[in-house]
Design a protein around this ligand. Structure first.
Ligand code: NDP
Length: 280
């Protein structure tokens, strides 16, 4: 355990579960004061307890139960953080989700209400929270790390078109905001995870059994995940910490680091041996 974030204040959105929880715990363990947030109070409390278990003082953690798609919720997150900790150095825009419509439609027919809901959480809330945080991040010459997805492309995502669109737009936001904000000394970068075992499936209506079945399939198919294992939240948290650590990543501006066990580097045709095909 290092104290590389000692004296820094971080907001990690979506820290009541998954990647955000692992990131908030890691930041706190490495010395940051952290604001954790999500809608589910019980899960948020679990994150807080995990942080306290590492011996971190309670006054290093601020838990705010709120809906981040609502402007009042965002104001609460920013204002209470400044009130309690007096500054803001790191904003991790991690909260996100994919949804299905009632008929579990995929492809272009997916109901437009799904598009609206996904854009609201995965894109609009990042844009508005960044606006609200800008003043404080400029004061601190701070860092923003967005959590994107390999779903952003360049490969097509016919089953989850709207989710993929939201993350593709987020990537362009990362690049453009990075150039706008670096003139004020604020860095913006992002991470693009592949498949990670989190509450993401459950939030989409999948059972734990469905999650396990899906993960088992992916892990046993090298054309899906060449490294043979599903990502863990801490794998992504370490990359977020790297991008938030100016000593290590100061020259990276507006980029997204892909962490996917190799998924995006394989093409379906590579799963088959050319010589075997020719022999048969
Ligand atoms: P989880 O479902 O485990 O975590 C999502 C977090 O976002 C939860 O803390 C949830 O809190 C929060 N959240 C969702 N909606 C809202 C809302 N309206 N208001 C406030 N908080 C909200 O999923 P992950 O950890 O996997 O997701 C984190 C990020 O990683 C997302 O942006 C996702 O798109 C991205 N990602 C995930 C991948 C994966 O395979 N898991 C792959 C690629 C990217 P609560 O429910 O308490 O509101």
């Amino acid at each position: 355990m290092t104290n590389r974030f000692s004296g820094k204040v971080a907001i990690v959105t979506g820290s009541s579960n998954g990647i955000g929880r692992a990131t908030a715990i890691l930041f706190a363990q490495e010395g940051a004061k952290v604001t954790i947030t999500g809608r589910n109070a019980q899960r948020l409390e679990e994150t807080k307890q995990e942080i306290l278990k590492s011996g971190i003082p309670e006054d290093h953690v601020l838990a705010i139960t709120t809906d981040i798609t609502q402007e009042e919720g965002q104001d609460e997150i920013i204002n209470e953080t400044i009130e309690k900790f007096g500054r803001l150095d790191i904003l991790v825009n991690n909260a996100g989700a994919a949804f299905m419509d009632d008929k579990r439609t995929s492809g272009v027919d997916q109901d437009i209400s799904v598009f609206d809901k996904i854009m609201q959480i995965n894109l609009r809330s990042v844009v508005t929270l960044t606006q609200k945080a800008k003043k404080y991040l400029v004061e601190a010459k701070g860092e923003i790390v967005n959590v994107s997805s390999i779903g952003a492309g360049p490969q097509a995502q016919p089953k989850f078109i709207h989710y993929a669109l939201s993350k593709a737009a987020l990537d362009q936001y990362t690049r453009s905001a990075a150039i706008d904000l670096i003139q004020h000394g604020v860095r913006v970068n992002s991470v693009s995870p592949g498949v990670v075992a989190t509450g993401f499936g459950e939030a989409m209506g999948m059972t734990a059994e469905m999650d396990r079945k899906y993960f088992n399939f992916l892990e046993s198919h090298k054309d899906c995940i060449p490294c043979g294992s599903i990502g863990k939240p801490i794998d992504i948290a370490h990359i977020i910490a790297f991008l938030a650590d100016r000593k290590l990543s100061s020259y990276i501006i507006g980029q997204s680091i892909v962490a996917d066990g190799g998924s995006t580097l394989v093409m379906g045709m590579q799963a088959h041996n050319m010589m075997d095909i020719l022999k048969s």
